[in-house]
Design a binder for this molecule. Structure first.
Ligand code: HEM
Ligand SMILES: *[C@@H]1O[C@H](CO)[C@@H](O)[C@H](O)[C@H]1NC(C)=O
Ligand SMILES: *[C@@H]1O[C@H](CO)[C@@H](O)[C@H](O)[C@H]1NC(C)=O
Ligand SMILES: *[C@@H]1O[C@H](CO)[C@@H](O)[C@H](O)[C@H]1NC(C)=O
Length: 325
């Protein structure tokens, strides 16, 4: 065989470059990730989420929170979904998660449905969480809360209870603690205020707001008195109260509640103190303008969904979201 001419060598180089650039090794997330490999993936997720919400309205809130608790602990990598085993401790028993995060059986249901329609394990559990969160927000908020979710995350083979305890914000945090917690995730004041709008849906347990309703002064006294009825000084730790006045609708009522010192959590009310801070101004804006809230909420959810994803050949696509392969 004749030796290759410079021209042939150059052609091979061009082809190798082309082919390697088509394999997403450290690729960015994209809304089109499943368009060709499994066009039915996203409609299937949406349909399971819709049916789950019709069965139980709260589940949309629970799914949104799972995505948040996934992303804030070493990135959006499905780590929150891993069950403990005799020789593995996951994130489910970390303090902010235990007796608190929920929605795992819906995630299992989604995983079974997408793997069936895609004829194999194509969609990662981390992408299922991001998509189920997006669908929940759009179903409970209406078309203005719909956005194109970015996809292509892969699933972690590890999880960290210690990181979950260290990185998830506590409802006892003051403003500067909230700011630095979000900052360490690459998120700014606007992201903090907009993403806290997640509390426009869902519920909180008595134990997370008891100190606020018995000891704090930055709270509407009539509101505090009414919460004390469901949350006694002693006992009733798991009694639930809605996080805003309309816990099954994504809209800006949460921010209006904050203006009247009716934030449920200490951390919620930290966002509005009526002293003219940047955060105060954002709360006022969102309370008046649903469009501004919707727009910033979607932008910040996309930003949160971009926290340290595994892509390309990193991690794996799980067969069961509760276990590594
Ligand atoms: C800013 C810091 C945050 C703190 C301190 C915080 C804290 C909490 C706490 C204590 C609860 C009640 C949990 C329980 O009672 O078991 C809760 C519920 C919830 N959080 Fe947050 N959260 C924060 C940010 C977020 C973000 C960024 C989102 C999503 C974008 C979010 C979404 C939710 C939802 C939807 C619920 C209700 C869940 C359900 O009803 O199942 N939170 N949060
Ligand atoms: C966990 O322990 C079981 C039983 O001792 C063993 O078969 C399995 O390989 C271990 N798994 C891992 C991930 O170490
Ligand atoms: C917020 O809390 C931290 C930790 O408890 C404390 O050091 C800091 O002084 C507090 N900041 C304000 C403004 O209260
Ligand atoms: C109110 O604050 C005191 C002093 O910090 C504390 O001991 C008590 O447990 C708090 N009460 C409630 C109901 O959280």
């Amino acid at each position: 065989m004749a030796s290759s001419s410079p021209c042939q060598i150059f052609l091979v180089f061009v082809m190798v470059t082309l082919v390697t650039s088509l394999i997403p090794s450290n690729a960015l997330l994209t809304p089109h990730f499943y368009d060709n490999v499994c066009p039915q993936a996203l409609p299937t997720i949406k349909s399971v989420v819709l049916h789950a919400i019709l069965r139980e309205k709260r589940i949309g809130a629970s799914l949104l929170r799972l995505h948040f608790h996934d992303c804030f602990v070493n990135g959006c990598d499905g780590s929150v979904l891993l069950d403990d085993t005799p020789n593995f401790t996951g994130e489910k028993t970390a303090l902010p998660n235990i007796n608190s995060i929920r929605g795992f059986s819906v995630v299992d249901e989604i995983k079974a449905a997408v793997d069936k329609v895609c004829k194999g394990p194509v969609v990662s559990c981390a992408d299922i969480l991001a998509t189920a969160a997006r669908d929940s927000v759009a179903i409970l908020g209406g078309p203005q809360f719909f956005y194109n979710v970015l996809l292509g995350r892969r699933d972690a083979r590890t999880a960290s209870k210690a990181a979950a305890n260290a990185n998830l914000p506590s409802p006892t945090f003051n403003f500067s603690q909230l700011i630095s917690n979000f900052k360490s995730q690459g998120l700014n004041v606007k992201d903090l205020v907009a993403l806290s709008g997640g509390h426009t849906i869902g519920f909180a347990r008595c134990t997370t707001f008891r100190n606020r309703i018995y000891n704090e002064t930055n709270i509407d006294p009539i509101f505090a008195a009414s919460l004390r009825k469901t949350c006694p000084r002693n006992g009733g730790d798991n009694n639930l109260t809605p996080l805003d006045f309309t816990p099954t609708r994504v809209e800006n009522t949460y921010y209006r509640d904050l203006l009247y010192k009716r934030g449920v959590l200490h951390s919620d009310q930290q966002l509005f103190k009526g002293q003219g801070s940047e955060s105060d101004k954002l709360v006022q804006l969102y309370s008046k303008n649903t469009f501004a809230f919707a727009s910033d909420f979607k932008t910040s959810l996309i930003k949160m969904g971009n926290i340290k994803p595994l892509t390309g050949r990193q991690g794996e696509i799980r067969l069961n979201c509760r276990r590594v392969r």
